[in-house]
Write a protein that binds this ligand. Structure first.
Ligand SMILES: *Cc1c(COP(=O)(O)O)cnc(C)c1O
Length: 395
C-alpha cells in the first residue's frame, strides 16, 4: 500500500477498519473471526464497551502528566497487579521489550551488589524477549540477531526445558546472577515445558542466589487461564515482565519484582517519559477489573479445553500434524512442513490466525469468545490444515 513505510514487516494485503468482540471487518466489508488478538494483545476483543468508556472518559480528563508527579491510576494499577500476582512492586514501561530491559537492568544491579563484575543472565534457545539490542541478544533466535552485532554482553544460553544444562553452566560460570525464561515459549512455537521445569528452576535459583525472572509478556494477564502462567506451578519469581494483554491494545508494559529486588531501582536508576501515564494505567485497570468481574480466567480455561478437545478430535490422523499444544488460549498446532501460507488461506476463509517458528499454526483468540465462535475457528482452521496436509503429503 504505502511506500513511505520502512519495509520491515511482510504485510498481508488486508486492512481492518472495525472490530466488535471477536469480529473484525476489512475495507471491503468482509468479516473475520479474530483468533490472533493482535498477537495476544486484545484479550477483551475489539471495541469492548468498558475499555471504550474508560479511554474516552480518561482522554477527556487527563492523558499524560509526568513521573515527576504522583499518578493515582498508576498507583492503583500497581496495587491490583501486585495483589493478583503476589509480587511487591512495579515499574511501568510502554512495551514488552522495555519491560525486559528493566528486568535485565535489575539483574545487573543485583549482580554488582553481589560483587559480580560481569553480571550474566542465562537465557534459552528458541526464546523471544524483544527487539531492542539487549532483548534481541537475550532472544534465542539467530535470525533476529543477524546484522546487529556487536551484541550485548552478559548473556549465556541453555536449551529450553533442560535444567541439567543450566546446572552444568553454573559450575563454570560464577558470574551468573539470574535466569530469564518464558514459562511457555510463545513466538518460538508455543512450547510447553515439563510440569516441574519452573519449580526446578526456582530451586536452582534459590541454591545459587540467582534471580528467577519470568517473561510473561505473552503468557500473562490471563492468557493461559491464570493471571500468570507460573501460578499453575506455584512458583513465585523474583521478577516478572508483562505487556501485550495488559493494555488491551493501548501500549503499556510492566516489570514486577519482589523480595530483595523489589526496591533495587532507586530514583535516577531507571525511567520512562510515557511509562505508566494516566491513560495507559486507567486502561490497564479496566482490563484487570473486567477480567475479574466477568470471571474470564475460568472462561479461558474452559475455552482452552474446548479447543484442545476440538482440535485433537478433528486433526487426529491428519498426516502433516505432529502436535497440538494448548494451555488456556495459547494454542499451537505443529506441522511437519513450513506453513506460512496457512495465514493467508485462513484469512480467505475468514479466520485471522498466525504462523510462528515456520511450522506452528498459532491461535491466540480473545477471552470473550462464544462457544459457537470457538467451534467455527476450530472448524475453519482444521479444514485449512487438512487441505494443506493432503497437498503436502501427495508431493
Ligand atoms: C511480544 C513479546 C515480547 C516483546 O514485546 P514488545 O511489546 O513487542 O516489545 C517479549 N517477550 C515475549 C515473550 C513476547 O511474546
Amino acid at each position: 500500500m504505502s511506500t513511505s513505510l520502512m519495509p520491515n514487516y511482510a504485510r498481508l494485503p488486508v486492512c481492518f477498519v472495525k472490530g466488535e468482540g471477536a469480529w473484525l471487518w476489512d475495507t471491503q466489508g468482509k468479516r473475520y473471526l479474530d483468533a490472533m488478538s493482535g498477537v495476544a494483545v486484545c484479550g477483551l476483543g475489539h471495541a469492548h464497551p468498558a475499555l471504550t468508556a474508560a479511554i474516552c472518559d480518561q482522554a477527556g480528563k487527563l492523558i499524560h502528566t509526568s513521573n515527576w508527579f504522583e499518578i493515582a491510576h498508576q498507583q492503583t494499577l500497581a496495587d491490583v497487579l501486585t495483589r493478583v500476582t503476589g509480587m511487591e512492586s512495579v515499574f511501568f514501561s510502554n512495551s514488552g521489550a522495555e519491560a525486559n530491559e528493566a528486568a535485565i537492568k535489575i539483574a545487573r544491579l543485583y549482580g554488582h551488589r553481589h560483587n559480580i563484575d560481569v553480571p550474566t543472565v542465562v537465557v534459552m534457545e528458541g526464546s523471544f524477549h524483544g527487539r531492542t539490542l539487549a532483548t534481541l541478544t537475550a532472544s534465542g533466535n539467530k535470525k533476529i540477531q543477524a546484522g546487529f552485532e556487536p551484541l550485548v554482553q552478559g548473556f549465556l544460553r541453555a536449551p529450553y526445558n533442560d535444567v541439567a544444562a543450566i546446572e552444568a553452566l553454573a559450575i563454570r560460570h560464577p558470574e551468573i546472577c539470574a535466569i530469564l525464561v518464558e514459562p511457555i515459549i510463545g513466538e518460538g512455537g508455543v512450547k510447553i515445558p515439563d510440569a516441574d521445569y519452573l519449580p526446578r528452576l526456582r530451586a536452582l535459583c534459590d541454591k545459587h542466589n540467582w534471580l528467577l525472572m519470568l517473561d510473561e509478556i505473552q503468557t500473562g494477564i490471563g492468557r493461559t487461564g491464570t493471571w500468570l502462567a507460573c501460578q499453575q506451578t506455584n512458583v513465585l519469581p523474583d521478577v516478572v515482565t508483562l505487556a501485550k494483554g495488559l493494555g488491551g491494545g493501548v501500549p503499556i508494559g510492566a516489570c514486577l519484582a519482589c523480595g530483595t529486588v523489589a526496591t533495587i531501582l532507586q530514583p535516577g536508576t531507571h525511567g520512562s517519559t510515557f511509562g505508566g501515564n494516566p491513560l495507559a494505567c486507567r486502561v490497564g485497570l479496566t482490563v484487570l477489573n473486567t477480567i475479574e468481574q466477568d470471571n474470564l480466567l475460568a472462561r479461558v480455561q474452559e475455552l482452552g479445553q474446548r479447543f484442545q478437545r476440538g482440535f485433537t478430535e478433528v486433526l487426529q490422523g491428519v498426516a502433516a500434524v505432529t502436535a497440538v499444544r494448548v494451555k488456556g488460549l495459547m494454542i499451537g498446532i505443529e506441522l511437519k512442513y513450513p506453513c506460512q501460507e496457512l495465514m493467508r488461506q485462513a484469512l480467505a476463509e475468514g479466520v485471522v490466525l498466525n504462523v510462528t517458528a515456520e511450522k506452528v499454526v498459532r491461535l491466540l483468540p480473545p477471552f470473550i469468545l462464544s462457544d459457537a465462535q470457538a467451534d467455527e475457528i476450530i472448524a475453519i482452521t482444521s479444514r485449512v490444515i487438512q487441505q494443506f496436509s493432503h497437498l503436502k503429503e501427495r508431493e
